[in-house]
Write a protein that binds this ligand. Sequence first.
Ligand code: SAH
Length: 273
Amino acid sequence: MSTGAISRAQIGAGGAGAPVSHRPLGILAALPQELGDLIEAMRAESGVRTITHGQRDYHVGTVHGAPCVVTLARVGKVAAAATVSALIHAFDVDAVVFTGVAGGVGSEVRVGDIVVANALMQHDLDASPLFPRFEVPLLGVSRFTADGALADQLAAACERFVAEEGAASAARFGTREPRVHRGLIISGDQFVASATGVEALRDALPDALAVEMEGAAIAQVCYEYGVPCAVVRTISDTADDHAPQSFVSFLTEIAGTYSNAILKRFLEARRVA
Ligand code: SAH
């Protein structure tokens, strides 16, 4: 199906003939490595129903006890906005979680740390002097708040991961023991990979902890439709001249392990909540 709403029968929530009791959670990442083994885990647990819509594959099923729709947004704000819009309208998700990697911007944020967003903004949005820099024109918002309860649950899952596996993970990957930060994540349609680039972001937005390319777009769409959302990012690089190599090696070697560990704890806790 290429356009239009997707029926509940196609989504198959609750299985054939079963009453639909739960709206699913939408889980998305930009790149396949950022999802770890989530789709395989879903396949093993409930089976996966894959629906192609708007050139993306949406995987519907249950994983770690939670009904979910899992998909890849691809890279950038437009891709992210289109994908989360489909999750909301075609798949009727009741909340959205984004998992992925980001560049560290805050002075305390190192490769291997984890950042859970309290707020998100678009660092490359500037319609001044008509509107204040960073403000979404005609919406009157520059900082989009993540859902407090969802962000708390994500941060708790991250803290449990660090307590249970942080030391082993640091030894295995040669990073420091991961720290969990909460605060501002900024998004724009650039891969930031220079000392001057990251310095300019620090000057403009001194409380920014991490930079990436999708989160604030997702937060804006979720804000407009009243859908709770949260974003968790593992730091793959520090957005400086070393960022390209650091990003690639983190993405291929580490990102999936972190994502598996965090999402498993988050989804299991959600099931019992
Ligand atoms: N063609 C590349 C695209 C990666 S772009 C590939 O497939 O390998 C980088 C991705 O990681 C984006 O999704 C972005 O959200 C995140 N990211 C990690 N480090 C970043 C940085 N320093 N600046 C911007 N985005 C970053």
